[in-house]
Design a protein around this ligand. Structure first.
Ligand code: ATP
Ligand code: MG
Length: 505
């Protein structure tokens, strides 16, 4: 219902709400309204120019609401700053059951909406001031943060992008963890994030790539230069890319957008590059709170998240004075430039990774069209070599390896020759041994034959001489002698007789 007053009434300032409330009653009964909203009641009441009349009319509304049974009524009224312009704001507050305050202020030129529940009779309520943002999905109020952290810890690991980085991280990132990549501009933060996204998409996990730097098309093109292919994943719908503008929009609105994207795409992995961009408009305090709340939101939903932050200097500590994401992130990878030997090289180091062993080395990160790569470690004088110095060291190492191999080959050959010689000599000796064995065996069998034939010859000779039948030659002679000297029965005398008999022969 349009409750605007006619200009005549406005001029005189002599009016009350009786007529309006009568019309309202008729309308209410006509449509069976259960709720009534008086929108902008202050506009009407300030026209009375009299505080007492205002109180009277407020009472009138209250009485009307009590008479006409409704489930509830909402009254909106504008206040300026501390409410000093509306004399009866205090009275209005006293009259109603619940007071909700909306506030809009500018912080660094960026509008910031806040909501606060001032009173609520008969109910508990959150006392704080909460950010409100408006988007295509409607109005969103950042809920009060739970006081207790209840997140499930997963021991599953996911790839941070490529194998050597996973090795440095002791096997990859924990599922549902948050990783911060810091570095000055151009240190390949986007490249590493892109590699993480590509690995996630290859596993078939829904992934969200949020950029506050450049449009999706440019990111895809730039990443192709370092061998990261995202086009196919975008096409298949596994990957969703969103690029936001950071100027003139407050951090709260960014968070609302991020939450909406998460609701729509339901990602398992997510990248925000760079998260530090949300501090561009609206001040650092709000951005800090948003960054923290975003990380908590991602953790609550078990999303493995990688965020980047631009550092002012090469020292990682500058991040901790900025958004302070490093304190809540589980893993912190820092990229920097190292200038030595007239070269600027990229160095990667893992500052922290909660709950796992990780490498403490500063490693050289090399970008090429084959993708990002961590170089082998070469140290000289306790310092990790990078760029040309590393290349020289690598070359020297490989030359040394070749020389060492040649030396080993030579040594092996010099040992193999005498061994072959000894083997040959053993063979000759074995031949000799075999020949000697055969000779010995032949000799032994000849000897046997010789022994047998000589005893045969003796027997034959005896037989021929005594002309005895074969087999009795010896015994016949003995038997003849025994006939001459018969034995007396004792063994002794018999032996004696035999001896005598032999002597007498
Ligand atoms: N094919 C390539 N071979 C070698 N280096 C490359 C190749 N393509 C890109 N680069 C290097 O990668 C750099 C860009 O890396 P990237 O965009 O990941 O850095 P960044 O840290 O995200 O930078 P910014 O802070 O500007 O966003 C380029 O400046 C270039 O030096
Ligand atoms: Mg970048």
């Amino acid at each position: 219902m349009d409750a605007n007053l006619s200009p005549d009434v406005v001029q005189s300032g002599e009016f009350d709400l009786r007529g309006l409330l009568a019309m309202l009653k008729a309308k209410k009964e006509e449509i069976g309204a259960r709720w009534i909203v008086f929108d902008g009641i202050d506009v009407l009441l300030t026209l009375l120019h009299d505080p007492k009349s205002e109180i009277r009319e407020i009472y009138r509304i209250r009485a009307w609401l009590a008479e006409n049974e409704v489930d509830g009524a909402i009254i909106t009224a504008k206040i300026d700053g501390d409410g000093s312009q509306i004399v009866n704001y205090g009275f209005l507050q006293f009259m109603v059951d619940c007071v909700i305050g909306f506030e809009r202020r500018l912080e660094y030129g960026v509008p910031l909406h806040r909501i606060q529940i001032v009173k609520y009779r008969g109910s508990a309520f959150s006392q704080g001031e909460y950010p409100v943002s408006f988007g295509p999905g409607g109005m969103e109020i950042a809920p009060p943060e739970p006081t207790e952290i209840k997140q499930v810890a997963s021991s599953e690991r996911v790839s941070a992008g490529f194998e050597r980085l996973d090795t440095m991280l002791g096997g990859g990132l924990f599922r549902g963890s948050s990783t911060l990549i810091t570095g000055v501009p151009g240190t390949s933060k986007t490249t590493l994030s892109g590699k993480f996204v590509e690995a996630a998409c290859r596993r078939g996990e829904r992934t969200l790539f949020v950029s506050f730097d450049e449009g999706p098309d440019r990111i895809v093109r730039n990443l192709t230069s370092v061998g990261i292919q995202l086009k196919a994943h975008l096409k298949s719908g596994v990957l969703r890319m969103y690029s936001g503008r950071t100027e003139s929009v407050g951090a709260e609105d960014h968070l609302a957008k991020l939450k909406a994207l998460i609701r729509e795409h339901q990602p398992r992995c997510m990248v925000i590059d760079p998260l530090s961009a949300i501090a561009k408009a609206g001040g650092l305090a709000a951005a800090r709170s948003v960054a923290n709340r975003f990380i908590y939101t991602a953790k609550d939903q078990k999303i493995t998240v990688v965020v980047t932050a631009i550092n002012d200097g090469d020292e990682p500590e500058t991040e901790s004075t900025d958004l302070q994401i490093s304190t809540i992130a589980d893993t912190w990878i820092h990229l920097s430039y190292l200038i030595r030997g007239g070269e600027r090289n990229r160095a990667l180091t893992i500052i922290k990774s909660r709950g796992t062993w990780h490498s403490n080395q500063v490693r050289e990160l090399i970008l090429s069209d084959a993708g990002p790569m961590l170089a082998d470690v070469y140290t000289a004088g306790g310092e990790v070599l990078m760029g040309t110095l590393r290349w020289e060291k690598e070359n020297a190492e490989s030359a040394k390896t070749v020389q060492r191999r040649a030396e080993i080959d030579q040594k092996r050959m010099s040992l193999e020759l005498p061994e072959a010689d000894t083997r040959a000599r053993i063979k000759v000796l074995e031949h000799d041994l075999e020949r000697q064995r055969v000779e010995l065996a032949t000799y032994s069998s000849d000897d046997q034959a010789r022994m047998v034939s000589s005893s045969d010859r003796e027997k034959t000779l005896l037989r021929i001489r005594s002309a005895d039948p074969a087999g009795h030659a010896g015994n016949g002679a003995v038997a003849a002698l025994e006939k001459h000297h018969p034995s007396n029965g004792s063994g002794k005398s018999s032996k004696k007789n035999k001896t005598e008999a032999r002597d007498g022969t």
